[in-house]
Design a protein around this ligand. Structure first.
Ligand code: GUN
Ligand code: ZN
Length: 651
C-alpha cells in the first residue's frame, strides 16, 4: 500500500493514498453510500462533487440477495457504478446496535475481498464509551484476534483494523500498538459514534490522542462515523486522515442543513447562507415547496458540498500552516468544541513532537487557548534549556512593544550601551525574549492583541516572575525611560558596552535551533556577515571565509550549508541534529538527492519537521544537509516519501 506524506502542519497532514482504483488525496471524506437508497448516486459524487473514494457496507450487500449476486459476479464497483476507491465496512456497527451477532468475522472479510473492495474492514468489536475496563479489554482482545485471523482471507485487498478500547486510554494505546504490528493498511478509530452524537468532543480528543500514540505514524487514520464538518479541523489537527459519514443524507431527510459552524433546520432559515451549487440556484421558499424526496436530495447535495468544502478549507490551512488558527476559530461554533480545544493543553507534550520548526503563516492569537499551543511551550522550553545569556552584569527588560524589538528599542539600547555592558530582553506573550531573538519564529511572525485575556496575562506574569528569579544577572531592571539611564549611571561606574546585535543573534539562533553549544562554532573564528541591502537583515554568515549559514528572512532561522554542518559536527556530538542513513543512500544524498524515509536507520529524537539537519552515513560521516519533513518516529515508520529534502551536498 502506498501512503505518502506531502505536506503537514503538526499531526495534520496532506497525504496521497494509492489503491487499486486510483489515488485519494487526504484528508478525505468518504461519503457513505447505502446501495438500497441512493440519495446522491456514486456517479454524481464522482462527476459533480469530485469524490475520489466512498464507503459502503458489505454487510448490507451480503444480506440483500440481488446486490450480493451482482457484487460477487461483477464486483462492488460495478454495483455502485463508481470507478474510484471503494472502502467497505464490515457491519460491526449494525451488529452492535441490533445485537444480532450473526456475522461471521472471517466470512465477512472474505466477502469484501471477493466483491473487489479496495479497502475492507475486519469485524471489530464496537466498544462503547461507557464500557468498563473488563468489557473494553474484551473488545480490544477480540478485535486484535480477528485482525490476525483476517490476514489469511484478505487476499490482496487493503485491510482496515479499527482501534477500540472505549474511554480507556491505555487500552486504546495497546490496541493501536498491536494492530500496528500487523500488516494492515488503514486504522480507523472506532467506537466514537456515541461521542459524536452527544457532542462529547473532549472525550473524542482523548480517544484520538491515545489511539495515535499507539499507532504506526505511517498508516492512514480514519475516524469512523465522523461526518459533521464541525469536527473535521480538530480531528485533522490530531492526525485523522479520513472520515466517513452518512450524515449528509441522514440530516437531509430531517430537513437539517450542515454548516462548518453547526446545523440549522431549514424551517428556521430566512435565506440560504451558502454559495454551494445547490444553494446558488434555489431559495428557502422553493425548497420548502418541493416534494419531500426532491428536497431531501437537494439538502443532501448542500450537506455534501459543505462537508467537502470544509475538507478543502482544512487542506489549505495545512498548506499555509494555520491549522491551529482554524481549529480555534471553529471551536467558537459550539461550547463543547471549545471545551475540547481547552483539553488539548493536556497533550502539548505529544503534539510538540510533530510540531513544525516554523510555519509559513504567522501565529495569530485567537483566544486564551492560543497560549497552550505547542509552539509557545517549545519557545519557552528552548529559551530555558538552550539559550545562553551573554556575559554581562546588567540586564535591561522592556515591556512588549512593536516588532522587531531591536528596532523599537534601539534608542534605549544604544543609550544604555554607551554607559554599560548590558543585555536586553522583552517581556512578550511568548515569555522573555532576548532582543537578539526578535526575528526568530514565532516571535516576529506573530500577531498578538495589546490586551490579552486575563488568564493569559496571569500566565505571562508567572513566566516572567520565574525568569526574574533565575536569570543569573547580578543587576536586572525594567526600562522606564530616562530615569533608568540616570539610575544606571549612578549605580555603576561608566564604561561603554560591547553590545553587538548581529553577533548575539547568530549565536542565539544557533543555540535555539540546533542545540545548546551550537553557537560555539563562531568562537575564535573570522566572521563575515552579508546583509540585505534593502532590509539590513543578515543573509549569509561566512566563517573563516567559507559560506556556512544563510539566515531566512521568513522565520529568522538558519539554512545550514555544508561548511556550517562540518563545524556543527565538531561542537554537537552524535546523535544531535543527525539523520543516519545506510551508506549507499548517503552517497546518493552526497550527490544532491533527497533522502527517502525508507533508508533512514536512525535519527536524533529532538529533530522536528522542518528542521535543518545533517545527513550522515553509518560511520557518522557527513553526506549532505537538508530540511526534514518528518520527525524521528515518522522517518523510521514511513516506507515511502521524502524524509529529508537535501539542500547542500559535497558533489
Ligand atoms: N462505524 C461506526 N463506528 C464503527 C466502528 O467502531 N467499527 C466499524 N467497523 N464501523 C463503525
Ligand atoms: Zn449550500
Amino acid at each position: 500500500m502506498m501512503f505518502e506524506l506531502k505536506e503537514r502542519d503538526g499531526l495534520a497532514r496532506i497525504c496521497e493514498l494509492t489503491t487499486r482504483h486510483g489515488k485519494v488525496s487526504t484528508p478525505a471524506l468518504l461519503p457513505v453510500v447505502n446501495p438500497n437508497y441512493l440519495t446522491i448516486t456514486p456517479a454524481e459524487m464522482r462527476d459533480r462533487f469530485g469524490v475520489q473514494a466512498l464507503i459502503t457496507n458489505s454487510y448490507i450487500i451480503k444480506n440483500t440477495e440481488e446486490l450480493r449476486v451482482r457484487a460477487l459476479e461483477n464486483g462492488v464497483h460495478s454495483v455502485l457504478c463508481f470507478d474510484g476507491t471503494v472502502m467497505t465496512d464490515s457491519g460491526t456497527f449494525q451488529d452492535h446496535v441490533y445485537g444480532s451477532r450473526q456475522i461471521d468475522p472471517q466470512e465477512i472479510v472474505k466477502f469484501q475481498a471477493d466483491i473487489g473492495s479496495d479497502i475492507g474492514t475486519i469485524l471489530d468489536v464496537f466498544s462503547e464509551p461507557g464500557f468498563t475496563k473488563e468489557e473494553a479489554t474484551r473488545a480490544v482482545d477480540v478485535t486484535v484476534e480477528r485482525a490476525k485471523a483476517a490476514m489469511a482471507v484478505k487476499g490482496d485487498m487493503l485491510l482496515a483494523g479499527p482501534v477500540q478500547g472505549g474511554l480507556h486510554g491505555e487500552l486504546r494505546q495497546r490496541c493501536a500498538k498491536e494492530l500496528s504490528a500487523l500488516d494492515m493498511h488503514v486504522h480507523p478509530i472506532g467506537g466514537v459514534v456515541p461521542l459524536l452524537e452527544s457532542y462529547k468532543y473532549q472525550d473524542l480528543v482523548s480517544v484520538i490522542v491515545e489511539s495515535k500514540k499507539g499507532l504506526d505514524p505511517s498508516r492512514p487514520v480514519h475516524l469512523f462515523g465522523a461526518g459533521h464538518p464541525m469536527v473535521f479541523p480538530l480531528a485533522v489537527l490530531l492526525g485523522c486522515d479520513m472520515f466517513d459519514s452518512a450524515s449528509y443524507a441522514k440530516y437531509a431527510r430531517e430537513d437539517r442543513m450542515m454548516f462548518s459552524t453547526g446545523t440549522r433546520l431549514l424551517g428556521d432559515l430566512r435565506t440560504l447562507p451558502c454559495h454551494c451549487p445547490m444553494c446558488s440556484r434555489t431559495s428557502v421558499e422553493e425548497l420548502k415547496q418541493m416534494s419531500k424526496m426532491e428536497r431531501t436530495k437537494r439538502l443532501a447535495e448542500h450537506n455534501l458540498h459543505t462537508c467537502l468544502h470544509e475538507i478543502e478549507v482544512v487542506k489549505n490551512a495545512i498548506h499555509e500552516g494555520s491549522i491551529w488558527e482554524l481549529v480555534e476559530m471553529r471551536a467558537r461554533a459550539h461550547p463543547m468544541l471549545l471545551e475540547a480545544l481547552k483539553a488539548l493543553a493536556k497533550h502539548k507534550g505529544f503534539l510538540e513532537r510533530f510540531e513544525p520548526a516554523s510555519r509559513r503563516a504567522a501565529f495569530f492569537y485567537c483566544g486564551p487557548e492560543s497560549y497552550d499551543r505547542p509552539t509557545v511551550t517549545r519557545y519557552q522550553e528552548r529559551c530555558y534549556t538552550r539559550y545562553r545569556k551573554p556575559k554581562t552584569r546588567v540586564l535591561v527588560g522592556f515591556e512588549e512593544g512593536a516588532k522587531p524589538y531591536s528596532r523599537t528599542y534601539k534608542g534605549a539600547i544604544d543609550a544604555v550601551t554607551r554607559h554599560v555592558d548590558a543585555s536586553f530582553i522583552v517581556a512578550s506573550f511568548f515569555g522573555p525574549v532576548p532582543v537578539e531573538l526578535d526575528e526568530y519564529y514565532p516571535i516576529a511572525q506573530s500577531v498578538i492583541p495589546k490586551e490579552v485575556d486575563a488568564e493569559v496575562k496571569d500566565k505571562m506574569l508567572a513566566v516572567m516572575e520565574n525568569h526574574a528569579h533565575g536569570h543569573g544577572y547580578p543587576l536586572a531592571l525594567m526600562w522606564e525611560g530616562e530615569g533608568t539611564l540616570e539610575f544606571l549611571q549612578e549605580m555603576i561606574p561608566g564604561s561603554p558596552g560591547a553590545f553587538d546585535l548581529d553577533k548575539l543573534r547568530c549565536r542565539a539562533v544557533l543555540d535555539m535551533q540546533f542545540g545548546k553549544g551550537a553557537g560555539d562554532i563562531l568562537e575564535g573564528k573570522k566572521i563575515e556577515l552579508v546583509k540585505s541591502q534593502r532590509t539590513g537583515k543578515i543573509r549569509n554568515v561566512l566563517i573563516n571565509g567559507l559560506h556556512a549559514l544563510s539566515m531566512r528572512a521568513s522565520d529568522g532561522r538558519f539554512t545550514l550549508k555544508l561548511e556550517g554542518a562540518k563545524l556543527l559536527m565538531e561542537v554537537l556530538p552524535p546523535p544531535h541534529m543527525r539523520v543516519v542513513t545506510e551508506d549507499e543512500p548517503a552517497d546518493f544524498a552526497r550527490k544532491g538527492n533527497n533522502v527517502f524515509a525508507k533508508f533512514v536507520t536512525e535519527c536524533d529524537p529532538e529533530i522536528r519537521p522542518g528542521d535543518d539537519v545533517m545527513v550522515v552515513n553509518t560511520k557518522g560521516e557527513l553526506a549532505a544537509v537538508g530540511r526534514t519533513l518528518m520527525n524521528r518516529e515518522e522517518m523510521l515508520a514511513f516506507k515511502r516519501g521524502i524524509a529529508v529534502r537535501v539542500k547542500d551536498s559535497e558533489d
